[in-house]
Write a protein that binds this ligand. Structure first.
Ligand SMILES: Nc1ncnc2c1ncn2[C@@H]1O[C@H](COP(=O)(O)OP(=O)(O)OP(=O)(O)O)[C@@H](O)[C@H]1O
Length: 650
């Protein structure tokens, strides 16, 4: 008998996956295993391990292996692993759905027409029942008008547009949910479409499948069942890590006919963290994991404080100092080497100090997605043009400053110079004067507000001003027009097809522009994931040596997201939730428990849970009686120690 080691204990699962990925006899599988069990690693290994003959056959017939990841970062990582071989089509679910439907404008138009008509009819019914004069009534009127307008314009659209990331504006743009619904519709309803997909992809592999949008997952399961034996649908996932309500709740029960390789190891975390994860999970599906022998020990601590009156910054600094002392790991004192997880981004924004920028923009309807993921064009003027220019100047790096201008300023754009709107010297001189004016704002260590910065950039035409910001510049007038003419001519237009009547955008921007410019750099570090902060939801699939999870219901705005107070018995489930639970629907308790499982299992060596509660005693009692924590793992501080008034001003 061969020796079984931690490295090879789950090797059978990988062998099963390899066998499923056969062109002659493709078989679907569901690798359902806990956190850190190496699901993503199995996926990469399976792709790398495909034999040459399979790959040659695929290339010969222009077939591809679809690999769907949850984030772009994960897609990039897998692409790197497979050396960007085009036989692997690695992308997020939205890009994948779009790649399926993109070339079918007539079908899209037909679907949209039917869908819009249905939606309008539904609103009409609701309108007939509702009372006139209410906000809901007015809202419905607006919706009906906009849908009717869109319906009327459908015939004019030759090609639909869609950006899988960020905001989709403009009359030909499709929304995220529409792209998912369209792909799902064609996959189940159109035989031609199904045959195209079968011809193109012998294998469709989906990582983090527990969070794949329900309609598309349902459609893929139906499609797979109809064509079983002709395609392998490979799902990797963990229902305990489903963090969005979009995912198919009972995915594990829907794949009875699939191969179901199992894994028992957790390769990521030290034993104590796995024990906690097992305890949390025991309340759910009772799947348990085993630690690696070479990863014993590990530290877990809970820090409890009253939600009322506690100075968060002081208490969290204390928790970090305690963690450094307990673990003997000084890195706990360095904010850069800890990953702090908050449930909502505004909490991270407050801790990182860019709330003035964050608050107005993250609320503004269609702006918020682009702002939150860093793709909002108007914000990119600050993050990708002005900030690098200012930073380069401050550090005396003339070369980089020039490169930033060459990259984005029409004043030094060769094409403008060629278009005879001024000689090279003039453009460069103008740019120099503009940059000087810009830099005077920062003299003597001043931190100007973004509005001041924008004004100088616009006056000196340093960079094109995106449409949304033009409305915040009352004097922009002729200068803007002149510049916009140039830009349009050069196909550099940065407007986002937003009608000037979008007052709420202008209002949001006007407020945000009051933020000090220094907040732009903090915002950028956050969206580029260079900051020590992340959200519970954003750290899927990732791992960090030291993790600090912050649970702060009192400061959570979207109450439907999670409730630690309910999970820990401080607050009872509402009557409505109990009723839902009786009908088999999931409760806040389950949702919060899953989030806690995901966050705790990101930690490799040590984990601090910082909990703010109306009743810290109740939480302590819960944690100890359930066996989640030992008594000496719960740190309660004396009342008053971290009172907001008592704490020194930061
Ligand atoms: N067989 C193995 N031997 C050693 N290390 C492994 C093995 N499998 C996975 N790992 C390591 O364990 C960690 C977790 O692996 P991976 O991210 O693939 O797990 P996962 O199941 O996708 O995790 P999660 O569901 O929590 O996101 C990674 O650092 C990976 O390199």
């Amino acid at each position: 008998m061969t020796d079984v080691s931690d490295d090879t204990r789950d090797a059978g699962a990988d062998a099963t996956i390899r066998a499923c990925l056969s062109l002659d006899q493709p078989r679907s599988f569901f690798l359902y295993a806990g956190a850190g069990s190496g699901k993503t690693r199995s996926l990469k290994d399976a792709l790398e391990g495909l034999d040459t003959q399979t790959l040659t056959t695929l290339r010969k017939h222009s077939r591809k292996i679809a690999v769907i990841t949850y984030t772009n970062a994960a897609a990039d990582e897998i692409t790197r692993r497979v050396k960007a071989d085009p036989v692997f089509q690695v992308q997020t679910i939205h890009s994948f759905a779009w790649s399926l439907i993109e070339g079918r404008p007539a079908d899209i138009r037909g679907w949209l027409e039917r869908n819009l008509k249905t939606e309008i009819a539904e609103i009409e019914v609701a309108q007939a029942k509702g009372k006139a004069g209410t906000a809901a009534h007015d809202e419905r009127l607006k919706k009906m008008a906009s849908k009717t307008k869109r319906l009327g314009r459908l015939a004019e659209i030759r090609a639909f547009s869609y950006a899988p990331e960020g905001d989709n504006f403009g009359r030909d743009a499709l929304q995220h949910a529409e792209v998912i619904a369209l792909a799902a519709h064609f996959l189940t309803e159109s035989e031609t479409f199904q045959n195209i997909v079968l011809a193109r992809y012998p294998f469709i592999l989906i990582d983090e499948s527990q969070d794949t949008m329900k309609p598309l997952m349902e459609a893929l399961l139906t499609f797979e069942a109809r064509h079983r034996g002709r395609i392998a649908l490979g799902l990797l996932g963990d229902t305990m890590q489903r963090i969005y309500s979009d995912g198919l709740r009972d995915l594990d029960k829907r794949v009875g006919d699939f191969e179901q390789p199992a894994k028992q190891m957790n390769h990521r975390s030290r034993a104590r963290i796995i024990d906690l994860a097992n305890a949390i999970r025991r309340e759910d599906d009772s799947r348990q994991q085993r630690a690696r022998e070479d990863k014993p020990g590990g530290t877990v601590r809970v820090f409890l404080a009253p939600s009322e009156g506690t100075d968060r910054a002081a208490f969290e600094a204390y928790a970090q100092a305690e963690m450094a002392r307990i673990t003997g790991d000084p890195a706990w004192q360095d904010p850069e080497t800890i990953k702090t997880l908050t449930i909502e981004r505004h909490m991270a924004a407050a801790r990182l100090g860019f709330s003035d920028l964050f608050e107005p923009l993250s609320k503004a309807g269609n702006l918020k997605d682009g702002f939150r993921n860093g793709t909002l064009p108007a914000m990119r003027l600050f993050t990708h043009r002005i900030l690098p220019l200012v930073e380069a100047h401050m550090s005396g790096d003339a070369f980089t400053a020039m490169a930033v201008l060459r990259d984005g300023s029409p004043l030094v754009d060769k094409r403008i110079i060629r278009s005879d709107r001024g000689g090279q010297a003039t453009g460069l001189d103008q740019a120099r004067t503009g940059v000087e004016a810009l830099m005077t704002l920062f003299e003597d260590g001043r931190d100007p507000c973004c509005a001041e910065v924008l004004k100088v950039v616009a006056e000196h035409r340093l960079f094109p001003i995106p449409g949304q910001l033009r409305h915040c510049l009352p004097d922009y007038g002729s200068v803007a027009q002149d510049l916009a003419d140039n830009i349009d001519e050069l196909d550099l237009d940065t407007s986002e097809a937003i009608p000037p009547t979008e007052n709420n955008f202008t209002e949001a921007w006007t407020q945000a522009l009051e933020a000090p410019f220094s907040q732009v750099a903090r915002y950028l570090a956050y969206v580029e994931d260079r900051s020590p902060y992340g959200t519970h939801q954003g750290v899927k699939g990732l791992e960090f040596p030291r993790v600090m999870v912050i649970a702060d219901d009192a400061r959570t705005r979207f109450k439907g997201l999670a409730s630690y107070e309910t999970l820990f018995d401080v607050k009872p489930l509402s009557a409505a939730s109990r009723k839902k639970a009786d009908q088999g629907e999931e409760t806040t308790i389950e949702r919060t428990r899953r989030l806690l499982y995901v966050t705790c299992t990101r930690a490799e060596d040590s984990l601090a849970l910082v909990l703010y509660s109306e009743s810290p005693d109740t939480i302590q009692e819960f944690l100890i009686s359930k066996g989640w924590m030992a008594e000496d793992e719960v740190v309660m501080v004396e009342a008053g120690t971290f009172d907001q008034e008592a704490a020194p001003q930061s």
